[in-house]
Design a protein around this ligand. Structure first.
Ligand code: MD3
Ligand code: FE
Length: 202
């Protein structure tokens, strides 16, 4: 049974370990069609996390702002399809956390190298009545879990290879981030961490 992280938020420790080889091969196949990119931010910087996606759309950021797009703005190509096994995996993980009938249409894929981090933010560009399912592979990271306000105190939660987090309901708009990734070499991914987030956008 999942561990409770917060109201409506659950961790399924190691739940995806048995899917790692398949999912990492899938990430590499998607990245061949749609390479990981470090996107520009409206503030004039560049994200330290590299991103790609599969499914009905991808998250895009540039000088004009950020939004979901159905096609890659640089090439005009649609995102690769979401593998059926991934969608089923996310549906089942959500069900185990009490969210019945979750059918994601987008999977964002984050690639972290040592030194990469994700600043404190909320995810509010998707449907807020659906949960989000996250799957981590490779190097461990410290996940920062806050509250409904940016100024709320942060809890530090380690996320390791194969960990799955499901959050929805009262936790859906919690501020969160990822602390700077420490150097390391993981047996499966090498010097890298991957995070997949399954979402309902449409
Ligand atoms: C969001 N990714 O892509 S996922 C993101 O590890 C993102 O790459 C992080 O935040 C990553 O938007 C974290 C795990 C997660 C866990 C709990 C949350 C994200 C959450 C609770 C509320 C909102
Ligand atoms: Fe997020």
């Amino acid at each position: 049974l999942p561990d409770v992280l917060d109201t409506g938020a659950y961790i399924l420790r190691g739940h995806a370990v048995g899917h790692a080889a398949d999912m990492i091969a899938g990430i590499r196949a998607i990245a061949r069609a749609m390479p990981f990119r470090r996107m520009a931010t409206p503030g004039g910087g560049r994200m330290s996390v590299a991103m790609t996606a599969c499914g009905a759309g991808g998250w895009w950021s540039d000088a004009r702002g950020y939004r979901y797009v159905a096609r890659d703005p640089e090439t005009g190509r649609p995102w690769p399809a979401m593998p059926e096994a991934w969608r089923d995996f996310a549906t089942e993980a959500a069900r185990q956390a009490g969210y019945e009938g979750f059918v994601p249409d987008v999977c964002l894929i984050n690639g972290y190298r040592p030194g990469a981090r994700m600043g404190l933010h909320q995810d509010r560009d998707e449907r807020l009545d659906a949960p989000v399912v996250s799957v981590s592979f490779g190097l461990p990271a410290i996940f920062q879990w806050g509250g409904q306000r940016r100024s709320d105190p942060l809890r530090r939660v380690p996320l390791r290879h194969g960990d799955v987090v499901v959050w929805g309901g009262p936790s859906r708009l919690v501020f969160h981030g990822v602390a700077i990734l420490r150097a390391g070499d993981h047996a499966v991914t090498g010097p890298c961490r991957y995070n997949l987030t399954f979402r309902r956008v449409g």
